[in-house]
Design a binder for this molecule. Structure first.
Ligand SMILES: [Fe+2]
Length: 313
């Protein structure tokens, strides 16, 4: 019996049940449908209120033009063989809300050469398995614009369906569902563990996957920052995440009104540290709910990892 196939099959069955049950409870024991309905209603009221004002077009432009942010990280634990390793990170692409976003993404990434590309969920804007086929063509366009050496790795977000896994893998994207892969350079390795979304679809298998990863330099890919403490407890060095869009609609100074986090709320944007573990919460490539952004920036991130040991030599 192929254990991995069996585990995937059991996960897909459970995910399908959760996607079709809006009355289920989430990680922090809240009702799923309550989260969904309040946000949808507030977004629409806000959009209607602002539609005729000059701020509307400005918000649309903000949301439709992702920039590439370059971020350097220094680690004591990074094997010197990985000095200068680059990771292209895209999160919350929401390829269906702003039709032109796919072209903007391709324009921004087609000249970037990265070692690895990682994506941390929310490719669609729909929820509860309500459709995914419409994002497959734009997703293929994104995949063909990425230049990487060690592959493309993805996790699912709360807007994504279990049905996306097969078509994504056919495109050459390795989808990690509570699984770990290793990347090798000679005798050195880094490990990448990717979890299913903990925001709407948390299961104990996510934490078990964090615990199962071997020692060494470890990177967690999780749709939300919610499992920051579990990752740190299990010796992770870097936690890459998204989901919050940096607040998407923020007051001047980038002060968010809503971050959609029940755990890890202070890690809603950018670089952060939790007891020695480094984290980064991307502001999202696209937008959700309404195609607008204020006082936040749509973002694609290019990380460069540095080994302190290599710098000392
Ligand atoms: Fe999300």
């Amino acid at each position: 019996m192929d254990t991995k196939k069996e585990t995937r099959r059991a996960w897909a069955k459970n995910r399908a049940d959760m996607e079709s049950n809006p009355r289920r409870k989430t990680l922090t024991n809240k009702r799923f449908w309550k989260k969904l309905s309040w946000f949808g209603l507030l977004s629409k009221v806000f959009e209607l209120g602002i539609r005729l004002s000059p701020f509307y077009q400005r918000g649309k432009l903000n949301a439709s033009n992702p920039v590439v942010n370059r971020v350097d990280f220094m680690f004591d634990s990074l094997p010197p063989a990985f000095e200068g390793y680059t990771i292209l990170h895209m999160t919350d692409l929401h390829l269906d809300l702003i039709p032109q976003i796919v072209h903007k993404i391709c324009e921004q990434i087609e000249f970037i050469k990265a070692d690895l590309c990682v994506m941390t969920g929310d490719y669609s804007s729909l929820t509860g398995g309500n459709g995914y086929q419409h994002i497959l063509v734009p997703m293929k366009q994104v995949v063909s614009a990425v230049h990487q050496r060690d592959g493309m790795v993805a996790t699912l977000g709360n807007h994504d369906s279990y049905k996306m896994v097969s078509p994504f893998e056919e495109m050459g994207i390795k989808v990690l569902i509570n699984e770990t892969i290793d990347i090798l350079r000679g005798n050195s390795k880094i490990s990448i563990t990717g979890l299913d979304d903990p925001h709407y679809y948390y299961t104990p298998e996510a934490v078990k996957a964090l615990a199962a990863s071997d020692h060494g330099f470890k990177i967690a890919l999780v749709h939300t920052p919610a499992l920051y403490d579990e990752a740190q407890n299990n010796g992770y060095d870097l936690y890459l995440t998204g989901h919050t869009h940096g607040g998407q609609i923020c007051l001047p100074g980038g002060i968010p009104l809503i971050v959609h986090l029940d755990r890890g709320r202070k890690y809603y944007r950018g670089k952060w540290k939790y007891q020695g573990m480094t984290g980064y919460t991307g502001q999202g490539v696209g937008a959700v709910g309404i195609p607008l952004r204020y006082n936040t920036q749509s973002e694609i991130t290019l990380f460069t990892l540095h080994a302190r040991e290599a710098a000392i030599r």
